[in-house]
Design a protein around this ligand. Structure first.
Ligand code: NAP
Length: 344
């Protein structure tokens, strides 16, 4: 049976990857930062696996920190595949960009070096479309694709999280090119991930839907975001393992582009009794509010940009038929309402 070391199993995406690996018959060695998180991941799996599933036999845990060398060599020992998904994913950008860049880059290199040292060839890395779209589109292009790279000095590319993912993915490809040509790397580059989390401990990703449902903002900024369902992101990681044509390739994970106003209209139509703002704010107002609110400040580079990404490669090579954006948004909203994370 193929055994996979998955880092970041306690994350929103990490739990979905764990579940997909287990349901597809893989044995999973899951990394957490501390053992309390192991109980959280185990409970999330039990809530979604069929009754009688022998979890103790298929899922084990190791402790790993992206910023420490401890445990990596023993964690990778005896596995066939590495999926490295752990990386900081904050709502707001920190004052010191190195809070994100250091764990992202050093963690990626620790993971790849451990794999190389143990003779594990197949590696799947959770990168991000942040490593692709932080740049101007090349002349003649109308959307971003896997041939493109963010520029860490560009106004979009230099945002701390964007830079952390660009530098981490660059470091991975560079390490393979210069020191470990045997490694067979695939990167999955998701856009904003939505869809119901597997438990109540989830990351920053669904906060966009939460914000719209809470009606916190009287008007919405003129920004767009590409959306992908978390189940499709997990499926891409797992399908990449058994797809030879995926070796050495990057794959954008995206179901489509929505403006903030379009997303709000979808949710307003699905939940007609809620008060959901669907009005767009003048961009000058958003620039003013950004002076006082760091969450608003972090969207400034995207203001007025409505550029899509090309998802054809995930379909043709990995066979992914993306779950429609509106379905993901509504499923996320149902989760947040059912679990009283937003007011009923
Ligand atoms: P998340 O829920 O915050 O998960 C992040 C995971 O990384 C958690 O398991 C976290 O562990 C782990 N982690 C963070 N810093 C760590 C450290 N220093 N040492 C060990 N583990 C550490 O976020 P997510 O949305 O699932 O993101 C997972 C991956 O997908 C990340 O690589 C992220 O960049 C990428 N991604 C996410 C999105 C999105 O929209 N969500 C889009 C594109 C790419 P703890 O549970 O202990 O904190």
């Amino acid at each position: 049976m193929t055994k996979v070391l998955l880092t970041g199993s306690s994350g929103y995406i990490g739990k979905h990857i764990t579940l997909r690996l287990l349901t597809d018959g893989y044995e999973v060695r899951a990394s957490v930062r501390n053992s309390a998180k192991a109980d959280e991941v185990r409970a999330a799996m039990l809530a979604h696996l069929p009754a009688g599933f022998d979890l103790a036999k298929k899922l084990s845990f190791v402790e790993l920190d992206l910023e420490s060398d401890a445990g990596w060599d023993s964690a990778i020992h005896g596995v066939d595949v590495l999926i490295h998904s752990a990386s900081p994913f904050p709502i707001a950008q920190p004052k010191d960009e190195n809070e994100l860049i250091r764990p992202a880059v050093e963690g990626t290199l620790r993971a790849l070096k451990a794999a190389h040292g143990a003779g594990v060839k197949r590696v799947i890395l959770t990168s991000s479309v942040a490593a692709i779209y932080g740049n101007d589109l090349p002349a003649g292009a109308t959307e971003f694709d896997e041939t493109m790279w963010s520029d860490p000095t560009h106004i979009v590319g230099r945002v701390a999280y964007t830079k952390s993912k660009t530098l981490a993915e660059r470091a991975a490809w560079n390490y393979i090119e210069t020191e470990a040509p045997e490694l067979e790397l695939t990167t999955v580059n998701p856009v904003l991930v939505a869809g119901a989390p597997l438990d109540l401990k989830f990351g920053a990703s669904v906060s966009v839907v939460e914000r719209i449902l809470n009606g916190k903002d009287p008007v919405l900024p003129d920004i767009s975001f590409n959306v992908v369902d978390v189940k499709d992101v997990a499926a891409m990681h797992v399908k990449a393992i058994s797809t030879d044509a995926a070796k050495g390739q990057r794959f954008i994970a995206s179901a489509g582009l929505r403006t903030f106003v379009d997303a709000a209209k979808t949710l307003a139509a699905a939940f007609p009794t809620r008060k959901i703002t669907t009005r767009q704010a003048p961009s000058i107002l958003i620039r003013f509010l950004a002076l006082f609110d760091s969450e608003i400040r972090s969207v400034l580079p995207s203001l007025g940009h409505h550029v899509g990404v090309n998802n054809a490669k995930a379909h043709t090579v990995l066979g992914i038929d993306f779950i429609p954006v509106d379905q993901s948004l509504v499923e996320t909203a149902n989760f947040l309402i059912d679990n009283k994370i937003v007011k009923p």
